[in-house]
Design a protein around this ligand. Structure first.
Ligand SMILES: Nc1ncnc2c1ncn2[C@@H]1O[C@H](COP(=O)(O)OP(=O)(O)O)[C@@H](O)[C@H]1O
Ligand SMILES: [Mg+2]
Length: 282
């Protein structure tokens, strides 16, 4: 039988997208929990939270993976200490890179010629790349996949949320000051519009404890994230202090919870991970 739509490029594209949706669903069905980390703002600590969450859950015995959906600033491989590794191709699938702890990592950074080549893509190309990560990467049977979203409410975060209607929830990261919070509220609203569960808000860079005198200084203010959570009626997961070791740990190739488990930041982080586990398992 001749299909009347055959040859119509729009119909073909629609069909290809539907086929890809089926692949994504099959691929994602092998993964028990899928959690996206998001924020309306850049530089608030999304990637830091994402890599530490994957590392902490892996330490707790979960089979974990992390997908870097930040096409322009793919920092995850560096933060996980696998920047120099290469992905392999098996049949039609890409095999994720594995960290020493066995965490599966996929990022646009692995597909770039060099680490400093910028990506100049338009929206549809970016959403295409993210959909391919979900459809064609052999994640295998994972307990949990953490998705590190780029900032804002643009094409890429929207693609992640729209393509993953079976997402278990989003963790929202903010810093305490109101300029960050205004932007973060927008991403909470985006998740709400798409009817995706908001696991909770983390207030990062919330105070600095002087290592010499022990006095706490609220450099970027304090409490703004908690207030926002309250006023928006979403769970507050906790505050993470500023720790000068947080930016250098990635240079040493490990997330804080692996490199400096004794730090206040790591301990606070593990408390938050406990709450996230509770929220997703319930
Ligand atoms: N709690 C913290 N204490 C100190 N530095 C932090 C903390 N959280 C994040 N950083 C640093 O801030 C910078 C931005 O964090 P990053 O996780 O890349 O943010 P985003 O992914 O939101 O753009 C990084 O250099 C990171 O190491
Ligand atoms: Mg980031």
């Amino acid at each position: 039988m001749v299909n009347e739509h055959q040859g119509n490029p729009q119909e073909q594209q629609k069909l290809a997208l539907m086929e890809q949706n089926i692949k994504i669903t099959k691929n994602m069905n092998n993964i028990k929990y899928k959690i996206a980390v998001m924020s309306g703002k850049g530089g608030v600590g999304k990637s830091t939270v994402a890599v530490n969450l994957a590392a902490a859950l892996s330490k707790k015995g979960y089979k974990a993976g992390i997908m870097d959906a930040d096409i322009h600033g793919p920092n995850v491989p560096k933060m996980m200490g696998v920047e120099e590794k290469k992905i392999e191709i098996e049949g039609n699938s890409l095999l994720p890179v594995k960290t020493d702890e066995g965490i599966a990592v996929m990022s646009m950074a692995f597909l770039l010629e060099s680490h400093d080549s910028p990506i100049i893509w338009r929206g549809p190309q970016k959403t295409g790349a993210i959909r391919e990560f979900l459809a064609d990467v052999s994640w295998g049977n994972l307990d949990v996949l953490i998705i590190d979203n780029p900032p804002g409410t643009g094409d890429e975060p929207l693609t992640v949320l729209q393509t993953l209607p079976f997402l278990d929830g989003v963790v929202v990261v903010t810093t305490p000051q109101s300029v960050a919070i205004d932007d973060v509220e927008k991403s909470v609203n985006m998740a709400r519009q798409l009817k995706i569960k908001i696991i909770g808000v983390i207030e990062n860079m919330s105070g600095f404890v002087c290592p010499h005198c022990g006095e706490e200084t609220p450099i970027f203010g304090q409490g703004g994230g908690e207030q926002m959570a309250k006023s928006m009626g979403i769970p507050f997961l906790g505050r993470l202090p500023i720790d000068p070791k947080a930016p250098t740990a990635p240079d040493e190739g490990s997330p804080m919870v692996v490199k400096h488990p004794e730090s206040v930041l790591s301990k606070k982080f593990l408390e938050i991970v406990g709450k996230i586990e509770f929220e997703i398992e319930k």
